[in-house]
Design a protein around this ligand. Structure first.
Ligand code: GLA
Length: 430
């Protein structure tokens, strides 16, 4: 080989190396979760109940997931976007098989995960599974150590899994920093589109400098930032407080394909009143949160179902711009206002009362809430469906907010000259 050819080869090598170094090597290039994922997740309501002798109806078994899939498909959920049926911890056997693969508990999942995935897919739904980057899952089942990442990604893909929640119990900070990006690459390499939910930030306190939201948004479709939700209003408030106090960090991290996850919706369970249930739904919607219900869809009450199936609410949650909302007002009298910008210059406002006395009449104006001057809005109340037409930025208005409740508005601007409702405003029949 001549010297000229050799030096050309060397140059090509250097160029290829430089290109490889500048290309993002971590990116989870899956094009998924362009709006916050919606569906059902077993954990908060059904936990690690594996006693199918004593409690066959509610234990973590294929029966539970088959039945919830039927409900999602038959009770109007799927059409509204609730497509993911997600298994959480405690689905697996206590040991891997002879070749080291994860296997479901043979007694509780006799037909195996592939059969469950086929069943779910036949009903137009998608299946989610749970793993844990570490020696054990939080519930003590086999974890995914660094040497198992590729194998487990492959197993999930072969089963036909569509979403993975990767928890972080029993691993070190260093292992997590290596393992979460490694799983992103392994999922990509399977060629199967799998939404990737990372619990990484929740194990690192949720804030910089320990948490790098730029890296997270590159490798994960959603991530748990904070502690677990429990079946109580206190728990909902603690999550809301943390997300609001840290919104300067968290809000910019969210967008199409990458979302903050304040944890499951507990509406339909035991801990929230009617008003509190409406509040969780509205507040999670303005936070652009994934809508993952954890409740018994076989016995859910009509009122909880109505809250979860509110079409305008879901339209707002799923807005294609994918901008997370912020708390914009915190009044001394325990009223807070949240704002989420939406596509077509629309927006959503949530007036939230932390009061414990009586319905509170809150008076303000869009000008006070920093809306552009000289604009006129068509407003629809998201829960009552009531329309307020022609609200000017300067108009003073009042909303009556129940204790621990919300009033939620959807607002569309219309031009001052054109007195007809704007193109973007189509009232939704609730
Ligand atoms: C952790 C997670 C929960 C749930 C449990 C399962 O606590 O944060 O969401 O997955 O583990 O053991």
């Amino acid at each position: 080989m001549g010297a000229a050819v050799l030096s050309r080869l060397a140059l090509a090598l250097v160029l290829a190396l430089a290109l490889a170094l500048t290309l993002p090597s971590l990116a989870l290039d899956n094009g998924l979760a362009l709006t916050p994922p919606m569906g059902w997740l077993s954990w908060e309501r059904f936990r690690c109940n594996v006693d199918c002798q004593a409690d066959p109806h509610n234990c973590i078994s294929e029966k539970l997931f088959f039945e919830m899939a039927d409900r999602l498909a038959e009770d109007g959920w799927r059409e509204l976007g609730y497509k993911y049926i997600n298994m959480d911890d405690c689905w697996s056997a206590k040991q891997r098989d002879a070749v080291g693969r994860l296997v479901p508990d043979p007694e509780r999942f006799p037909r195996g995960i592939k059969a469950l995935a086929d069943y779910v897919h036949a009903r137009g739904l998608k299946l989610g599974i749970y793993g844990d980057l570490g020696t054990f899952t939080c519930g003590g089942y086999p974890g995914t150590t660094l040497d198992r990442v590729e194998q487990d990604a492959q197993t999930f893909a072969e089963w036909g899994v569509d979403m993975l929640k990767l928890d972080g119990c029993y691993s070190s900070e260093k292992e997590q920093a290596e393992g979460y990006p490694k799983m992103a690459r392994a999922l990509n390499a399977t060629g199967r589109p799998i939404v990737y939910s990372c619990s990484w930030p929740a194990y690192q306190g949720g804030l910089p400098p320990k948490v790098n939201y730029t890296i997270l948004a590159d490798i994960c479709n959603l991530w748990r930032n904070y502690g677990d939700i429990q079946d109580s209003w206190v728990s909902v408030l603690s999550i809301l407080d943390w997300f609001s106090e840290n919104q300067d960090v968290l809000q910019p991290a969210a967008g199409p394909g990458h979302w903050n996850d304040p944890d499951m919706l507990i509406i339909g369970n035991f801990g929230l009143s009617y008003e509190q249930s409406r509040s969780q739904m509205a507040l999670w919607t303005v936070m652009a949160a994934p809508l993952l219900m954890s409740t018994d869809l076989r016995t859910i009450s009509p009122s909880a179902k109505e809250i979860l199936q509110n079409r305008l609410m879901i339209q707002i949650n799923q807005d294609p711009l994918g901008i997370q909302g912020r708390r914009i007002v915190k009044e001394k009298d325990h009223i807070e206002v949240f704002l989420r910008p939406l596509s077509q210059a629309a927006s959503a406002l949530v007036f939230f009362s932390r009061r414990t006395d009586m319905p509170f009449r809150y008076t303000t104006s869009l000008a006070k809430l920093h809306f552009p001057e000289d604009a006129v809005y068509e407003v629809q109340d998201v829960y009552s469906g009531k329309i307020i037409s022609g609200l000017k930025t300067s108009d003073s208005f009042s909303v009556v907010i129940n204790p621990s409740g919300v009033v939620m508005w959807y607002l569309c601007p219309r031009a001052l000259q054109a007195q007809a409702p704007s193109e973007g405003f189509r009232p939704v029949l609730l």
